[in-house]
Design a protein around this ligand. Structure first.
Ligand SMILES: *[C@@H]1O[C@H](CO)[C@@H](O)[C@H](O)[C@H]1NC(C)=O
Ligand SMILES: *[C@@H]1O[C@H](CO)[C@@H](O)[C@H](O)[C@H]1NC(C)=O
Ligand SMILES: *[C@@H]1O[C@H](CO)[C@@H](O)[C@H](O)[C@H]1NC(C)=O
Length: 399
């Protein structure tokens, strides 16, 4: 039987989730909650995006939002804790996250995560704030002069590029992390893995990929005959789907590919059921069977604005200049979360996968002039004001 797969969205998500090895239950409590929070955030974010290609890093997002807990207080912090399902202050939580980071970087594969904590040089820190970050995350706050935004952006983008093995360049676009920045929390995740069993290059050929809208496109598809772990499942609503596991050399990381059995079945219906428990249940219910595996070679890059998805998960006050409480970081200046960004790139070919994600939460001073970031499709109108005559108008959906 051939397994023709049409689930790019899920492929990319799962690759970034660093799933547990086959048969191994999901991780310890905080690890599991952090993953589930990241997956919920993905669902919110992808739901706003329509059904195009998308790649996300649940882990990268969870790392930055957990760090944000350390900078906030009052309802701002409680909303983060509620959305994430844990507090970084609960006994053992910070230790578990540090251990997780060490474990991910274990031998046998190229997987690494770096956390960057950049604080404005002039910000008067609340007593103990520096120690709190250092204790919880094992990293010191690094001082940056955001007063020179161009230089600051170059430094931060170099940091991101460095910790994503050059896969993510120009992460902060011009205008992000401007002079009003007081804190920037960043995570850089990189994974490079060779398939345990590579796809023979000569077997790749163009085949039809059936898109959700019913059309089809000829794309390069890799092919190999292998004994793979495979299982057939159904969602609670009765949507049947198949899951295939492709392990990377070293054994600790694999890609899980989940595709509805019917080509035009909705992918969101499948994504909606995803959490760490389901992925663990797949692992426990799959068996090794001989198959001809046919999978597109693909490469995706996605940039996310996580503000609205986070608000939808109940993280609201941090974004409101009037309500945000960052007194755990500094009591001197009123601060708020101005941006939450992620950029992800993944490349999958015959030899394996390279994937990287950069995530940042950018905290601004409320005293600084607010920024107007036109980072979404917009209408424009050129108008002669004295007479109200509209000379030109249009829309920009893809500059
Ligand atoms: C990049 O990483 C290397 C090794 O970790 C380090 O020596 C160097 O300073 C880093 N560069 C930047 C721009 O962070
Ligand atoms: C996996 O198998 C167990 C029993 O072995 C069953 O209880 C569970 O529902 C199965 N999970 C899925 C997702 O099929
Ligand atoms: C797959 O991609 C990696 C880099 O992402 C590259 O080094 C390797 O040569 C590629 N393999 C094939 C068969 O194209």
């Amino acid at each position: 039987m051939q397994v023709a797969l049409a689930a790019l969205t899920l492929v990319a998500t799962l690759a970034a989730m660093a799933p547990a090895a086959p048969g191994v239950p999901t991780g310890a409590r905080v690890t599991r909650l952090a993953t589930d929070f990241g997956v919920r955030l993905f669902r919110e974010a992808v739901g706003r995006r329509g059904d195009g290609n998308a790649a996300f890093s649940p882990h990268g997002a969870a790392t930055v939002l957990a760090a944000l807990q350390l900078a906030t207080a009052g309802p701002s912090r409680r909303q983060l804790e509620t959305a994430m399902g844990f507090s970084i202050y609960e006994p053992g939580a910070a230790r578990e996250l540090r251990r997780l980071r060490r474990e991910l970087a274990g031998p046998g594969h190229r997987l690494a995560e770096a956390v960057g904590l950049f604080v404005a040089r002039e910000l008067a820190l609340a007593p103990g704030a520096g120690t709190r970050f250092a204790r919880a995350l094992g990293r010191r706050l690094a001082q940056v002069d955001f007063g020179e935004p161009q230089r600051a952006r170059a430094v931060l983008n170099a940091w991101v590029q460095n910790h994503t093995h050059g896969m993510i360049r120009g992460f902060l676009p011009p205008g992000a992390a401007g002079a009003g920045t007081r804190l920037l929390l960043a995570s850089g995740v990189f994974f490079g893995g060779s398939w345990l069993q590579p796809f023979p290059g000569a077997a790749t050929r163009r085949r039809l990929f059936r898109k959700a809208d019913g059309s089809a496109a000829a794309v390069p598809m890799m092919e190999q005959t292998a004994k793979v772990r495979y299982g057939e499942f159904a969602t609670a609503q009765g949507l049947p789907y198949a899951v295939l596991e492709l392990p990377y050399a070293g054994g600790a990381v694999s890609m899980l590919v989940a595709a509805p059995a019917r080509p035009q079945a909705p992918l969101p219906a499948l994504a909606a059921a995803l959490d760490s428990g389901l992925v663990a249940a797949w692992a426990a219910n799959m068996s090794r069977v001989p198959r001809v595996v046919v999978l597109p070679r693909f490469s995706l890059e996605t940039s996310w604005d996580l503000r609205e998805p986070l608000k939808a998960l109940g993280v609201r006050d941090v974004f409101e200049p009037e309500a945000a409480d960052f007194t755990a970081l500094s009591a001197e200046e009123p601060l708020f979360l101005a941006q939450a960004l992620q950029k992800v790139r993944i490349e999958v070919n015959e030899s394996g996968t390279e994937a990287a994600a950069a995530t940042a939460a950018i905290v601004y001073s409320r005293m600084a002039p607010p920024e107007i970031l036109v980072d979404r499709p917009f209408l424009f109108i050129v108008r002669h004001n004295p007479t109200g005559t509209i000379l030109f108008m249009g829309q920009v959906t893809e500059p």
